[in-house]
Design a protein around this ligand. Structure first.
Ligand code: C2E
Ligand code: CA
Ligand code: CA
Length: 502
């Protein structure tokens, strides 16, 4: 119904007239022309539409490509986050496990090429966190991570397991000497002072090393070995490394379940005091008793502190255990009116970091009707290292109330003689390693000199001296001659469950 154009016909022959038939013919022709014109227009529109479509497809493809790239980037990031630790950027536990699983598979096929895992943990990290704050703790962790990574060459790497626990994976664990050297290097490097909020902080660490063996059932067992070795490094005095050996292998399961067992034992009150008399060398009379804790284990019998003390201290159970022992020791004193001596209590270092320790101990004694003068706390020098000011405040408080304060294992520790006059000591307990050297066939002059010096110094400062670990009559005679006033040891009496009469 639209006009597209006009078809005009003209004749120069005057006689020719167009009639109706010609008009019909022309109409037909015009319709044909109109058809072709329309077809052409349609074809053009189609081409245009195709071109438009192509353009849009192109644009959309580009958009999609960008979206996919973005998604891939996010996925990679997520993947990284899943296997890396946010604070330090180190690989995390999952990453380590995946890698270990693979290595363990390879090792199964080729047992001649074992790999090794080192567990590493910062000594007393909790103390850093508690006393300097979490930001300082984080700084220590980050510094630690950077230093560790810098010491390792690919494919070896370090992962952060949790808190202050790290694991180093060494793919070639064939040479124990090389492992020992690496561990030594890590320990030395980690010991360099760390700058924390303007001051320098020295932290040490402990390492447990386990080498893959064909009798390891799985990766977890290998890790348990490394963990147990680390515990041993800690209990052997920290800032050192230990290999997991056959013997430890046997007891390693024990170490892990020990913590749980300790908590159960606390609930069931399985910790009991044993008593070892301390006698006056002048007349053999009783000065008092040292309280030594024992674990009355339902299956394994009577256990000594050496069997559980390190784990108890590391897991902070020791405080509750000590209170249980202190309380029962005081009850024993009530139940044994013929014992009139002083009760020597071994106090774990952790107590002295508590501001209410002295108060609590005095309250416990008061509740048992025990005068403060009948108590003596035994402290090792190690207890004073972490926060000497805090520890001193507790000791001062106890001393003011009348409690005796003994420096235990004197001579083996950090021997900060400078500390001696700053704290309210009443007694020095000479470590048994010096007594061991006395009274032999060939006199150990060094031990003799130490005991002599300690006695002289103690007398200047007005302190009494107890010789520990007297096992032979010769040692007994020697410590007496050298001027110690008191002694304890197997020769005089072994620790027992009952208090002697004074
Ligand atoms: P320590 O305070 O130096 O205790 C003396 C240790 O020497 C005791 O070992 C005692 O049994 C042992 N001993 C006594 N006489 C002799 C001797 O003649 N020869 C030899 N070779 N050893 C002798 P024990 O009872 O195994 O205690 C070991 C350590 O465990 C103690 O050393 C002390 O540091 C700690 N400890 C003991 N009881 C407690 C407690 O109730 N609380 C805390 N926190 N620690 C405790
Ligand atoms: Ca002691
Ligand atoms: Ca001692």
């Amino acid at each position: 119904g639209r006009t597209l154009g006009v078809l005009a016909v003209q004749s120069y022959d005057a006689g020719l007239k167009y009639d109706e038939r010609d008009r019909e013919l022309l109409l037909f022709v015009s319709q044909q022309i109109a058809n072709s014109l329309q077809r052409r227009a349609a074809a053009q529109a189609l081409r245009q539409a195709n071109a438009d479509l192509e353009l849009r497809v192109l644009q959309r493809t580009q958009e999609l490509r960008q979206q996919i790239a973005e998604r891939e980037r996010v996925e990679l990031q997520l993947q990284h986050e899943v296997v890396h630790d946010a604070l330090t950027g180190l690989p995390n536990r999952k990453y380590l496990f995946d890698r270990l699983e693979r290595l363990f598979g390879l090792f199964r096929r080729e047992p001649g090429r074992p790999f090794a895992v080192m567990f590493m943990d910062i000594d007393r990290f909790k103390l850093i966190n508690d006393s300097l704050g979490h930001a300082a703790g984080d700084t220590v962790l980050r510094t630690f991570s950077t230093r560790l990574s810098a010491q390792l060459r690919a494919p070896d790497f370090v992962a952060r397991l949790s808190g202050d626990e790290f694991a180093v994976l060494v793919e070639d664990g064939r040479d124990p000497d090389a492992l020992a050297h690496l561990a030594q290097r890590l320990l030395a490097d980690m010991q360099q002072a760390i700058e924390v909020e303007g001051s320098k902080l020295v932290v040490t660490s402990s390492i447990g090393i386990a080498v893959a063996r064909s009798n390891h059932a799985d990766v977890e067992e290998l890790l348990r070995c490394a963990d147990a070795a680390m515990y041993r490094a800690k209990s052997a005095g920290r800032h050192r490394f230990e290999f997991h050996d056959e013997q430890l292998q046997q007891s390693s399961l024990g170490v892990l379940t020990l913590e749980t067992e300790l908590r159960q034992a606390l609930e069931q009150r399985q910790f009991v005091p044993y008593f070892q008399p301390v006698v006056r060398l002048a007349d053999g009379s009783l000065r008092g008793c040292e309280v030594l804790m024992r674990w009355q284990h339902p299956q394994r019998g009577l256990l000594l502190p050496a069997d559980f003390l390190a784990v108890a201290e590391e897991s902070a159970c020791i405080e509750a255990i000590d209170w249980q022992v202190f309380e029962q020791a005081m009850q024993s004193v009530i139940a044994a009116p013929r014992f009139k001596g002083v009760l020597g209590l071994n106090v774990s270092p952790r107590h002295l970091q508590r501001d209410d320790f002295a108060q609590r101990l005095l309250a416990l004694a008061a509740r048992h009707g025990l005068p403060a003068q009948r108590l003596c706390v035994e402290i090792t020098e190690g207890s004073l290292i972490d926060d000497p000011v805090r520890a001193a405040a507790q000791l001062q408080r106890l001393r003011e109330a009348g409690v005796g304060v003994a420096l235990d294992d004197f001579g083996v520790g950090y021997s900060s003689l400078g500390q001696l006059h700053r704290l309210p000591w009443t007694t020095l307990k000479i470590d048994r390693c010096f007594v061991k050297g006395l009274g032999g066939e060939t006199p150990d002059l060094a031990s003799q000199a130490v005991v002599c010096a300690v006695v002289a110094m103690a007398s200047t400062l007005g302190l009494s001296v107890v010789a520990e670990g007297v096992e032979t009559p010769e040692q007994h005679a020697a410590v007496k001659t050298l001027g110690c006033q008191f002694a304890q040891g197997y020769l005089l009496a072994r620790p027992g469950p009952a208090l002697p009469a004074s």
